[in-house]
Design a protein around this ligand. Sequence first.
Ligand SMILES: Nc1ncnc2c1ncn2[C@@H]1O[C@H](COP(=O)(O)OP(=O)(O)OP(=O)(O)O)[C@@H](O)[C@H]1O
Length: 443
Amino acid sequence: MDRRDCAQAVSDNVKIPQQADRTGADDRPEALLRVEGLVKHFPIRKGLLRRQTGAVQAVDGLSFDVRPGETLGVVGESGCGKSTMGRLITRLLEPTGGRIEFQGHDITHLGVAGMRPLRRDVQMIFQDPYSSLNPRHTIGTIVSAPFRLQGIEPEGGVKKEVQRLLGLVGLNPEHYNRYPHEFSGGQRQRIGIARALALKPKLVVADEPVSALDVSIQAQVVNLLDDLQEELGLTYVIIAHDLSVIRHVSDRIAVMYLGKIVELADRKSLYESPMHPYTKALLSAVPVPDPRRRGVKSDRILLKGDVPSPIAPPPGCRFHTRCWKATELCRTQEPPLVELRPGQQVACHHPENAEDAENAAGTGGSTPGDKLLTSAREAVEIVSAVPKAAEGKDPEAGTGTDPGAGAATGGTTDGTAAGTAAGTEEETTGGTAAADGPEDTGK
Ligand SMILES: Nc1ncnc2c1ncn2[C@@H]1O[C@H](COP(=O)(O)OP(=O)(O)OP(=O)(O)O)[C@@H](O)[C@H]1O
């Protein structure tokens, strides 16, 4: 189907089946969203003639499915391309390459008009509840915007429906005429959620929905999303930079590093037996919630050094410059994302927790003569986290007095990657546009 045919099919809307009509060769449930080889490179232009001199490789070949009713968590450090991925799959950004299918239909290059009918089904919740709501609009106007944009008159009228939505997200329906500044951060995020749910979407992409909120409020908003999913049968892609935020709500988790997925697995496998060293490092910073395991001594892996620039990512495995297992093979050959255990895909030549890593299909395993890189010896610092209960009992423990040790990624990395885009060209396709479409900038 070419682009025009697809746009036609989408605008006819009625022709879109509830489920994709392809019959998968495997037994996996049919995907609501299917992404194949998704690429987004932001051009870097310089000089009077604005010649392209390079590109920020924000997203570089992502492939994954999102199944109906599930929550896919996406995690990774700042600058690894999570938000870009979110904006690509909601079609707020135009992909450089790859393919995005929603309910079996290719939506990769649909324009604003072609996407309009799909806006009902695909919505986005933004990170910052302070800037994503227009301060001059009342809550009623904000939450009812999707109805106006889509030309929909809900049963019982707009006001009644907006008040129902406010009640649904735990806000007082009587606050219909209030302004965003009259609400707390958590309440504003609830308003953003009500707006995203107005058109009864099938897929909601939440970009760091709680990271701008106080820790005490974060759990409330995450629980609200969870409850709404059950009540409304929603499918989520939840983006976070921290594995602890999405721990309880994700069915599967994709770990991203420098524009690529390095591990994609179901929650249990990922948390109990991570296979990519990067996942292991991220996980080592997650507090242990199980009181029975609190006494267990757990080492934290502090990755040294900065995330490399996405303008010139390292060759081979992109993580090799910060990996303690990196060998010559990792420096020269990019590991493919392959299923090493049922439901667990990993892109690593030397995976963790692999019973038979040598024979792992598609990975190098331990190739004869493959030497550990010198950089690998200094790549990490292991900090022994001494649980309170064990304090004073283990003379070996307690080397880790660094109060910042909670961050697996050191603290030198935050913002570094984001900074690399300086001097690059902003794309115009909806940097801050709400998923309702360009008419509603959410400002
Ligand atoms: N419009 C743009 N123009 C140029 N570069 C961009 C643009 N948007 C993002 N980038 C760059 O692409 C890379 C990935 O950014 P992105 O925001 O997707 O990462 P992220 O993982 O969501 O990080 P954060 O958690 O900090 O938002 C970064 O290096 C960023 O600077």
